[in-house]
Design a protein around this ligand. Sequence first.
Ligand code: BYC
Ligand code: FE
Ligand code: FE
Length: 473
Amino acid sequence: MAKVDLNQKIPNNVNLADDRRLQRALEKWQPEFLHWWNDLGPVKSAENEVYLRTAVDVGADGWAHFDYVKMPEYRWGIFLADQEEGRQVNFGAHKGEAAWQEVPGEYRSELRRLIVTQGDTEPASVEQQRQLGRTCPSLYDLRSLYQVNVEEGRHLWAMVYLLHAYFGRDGREEAEEMLERHSGDPDKPRILEAFNEVTHDWLQFFMFTYFQDRDGKYQLQALAESGFDPLSRTCRFMLTEEAHHMFVGETGVGRVVKRTAELMREHDTDDVSKYGGINLDLIQKYMNFHFSICLDLFGQENSTNAGNYYSMGLKGRYLETKIKDDHVLDHDTYPVPEIDDDGNIRMHDHAALLAINERLRNDYAEDCQRGVDRWNKTLADHGIDYKLALPHEGFHRNIGIFAGVNVTPQGKIISAEEWKKQANLWLPNDDDHAFLQTLMVPVTEPGKFANWIAAPDRGIHGQSVDFEYVKFH
Ligand code: BYC
Ligand code: FE
Ligand code: FE
């Protein structure tokens, strides 16, 4: 395993110093990245000292260092998980061959496309969240936001490293373009739809880190199975950071639910909005929105792209090697939803190879349910008879067979007219967003929290909840 070199301009465990050309190319990209960070990263944050985790190693016994950092001085590094001796391509047409240490020439453009799509989401999320620092509900939460942001920046570095190291000139051009497309830009938008939405408020931030970062987890898991070993190794290390992002989301939504439940008990009412809380119906609407746009991120139910990526050995299934089948899938089927002639949604068996996206989406949805169950337990513990629920997979979709079809959260197909009448009850509207904005008042005194969210059970890295996680200057 390569030694971690922290003293270099770009900390890394890929022996960057031994490859002058690559090192120079990345050092040329570095100031452009910083320029982007200053322009489109978190607003008014450059002087803040933030108690941050920095990746400094990949070993099981401690890979992170915690200390105050000014974010522009964060040490964004390149870290790959250790190489596995004798690793093979574990699925598709090349199953059983030694894992590739170089890009297989015939799959170059597909592989580049996957890496570019993955890389594009990372800075997109930073751009989407850049305004949130103005209205943080606490220093603890502000630090969480910044932690997620710097790590998404590092994930961009992870993909840019692969582009520079393995794709030559067009890889370098793709790396430039990562900083030229911008979330929501009408001319040069980010690649995937959900990454062009604005994150207006902190409830959205928690929904984002719960649902959208979880898409990240599942896509990274699928790419971690890749026969292209450097991609696999970099994704495996990214996943260790990703866990914290989803923790921020799950506990964030959980704390909102808890606070709402407390206010409901205290005032004996379902309508806690007049007491500065967020009603459960509104939390449900936000969930409907974020879950549905994230289901779109998995692509179409029947995808020849996904089938090709699989057969080529580039992108596998979730926990590929634990699945008990032939890992080639020439003859297997997988149930996929379809809209029958009578207008009902039914499952039909399709070629498993084409249904790779659908399968990953199902793995994802199952995982999403776990947090919802925990939030519902909080409600039950407060004696509240209300259950949050994930909407039906056909609800509010824009990609695949449900695109353009009006499906209720319960899974019933309705007319466009009916949809128009009811959509207000299912998705956040302008009034809802405006109401949330009234709650978004910054709280920056250590240990204090905005009224609409409960304090966390514990602080970060053994610090107390009232620790000064961010120092302003
Ligand atoms: N928006 O065969 P299909 C993360 C396009 S998140 C716009 O269904 P495929 C993170 C598609 O490109 C993880 N376009 O799709 C989270 C194709 O275009 P062409 C990100 C879409 O290719 C939070 C056409 O529709 N990583 O890390 O199998 C914070 C038909 O495509 C969308 C990845 O996504 C969409 N939602 O699947 C920070 C992994 N969906 O060929 C970070 C890499 C489909 O007709 N990406 N299209 O021009 C992939 O594996 C695949 O590109 C997708 C799409 C799964 C996204
Ligand atoms: Fe990421
Ligand atoms: Fe993330």
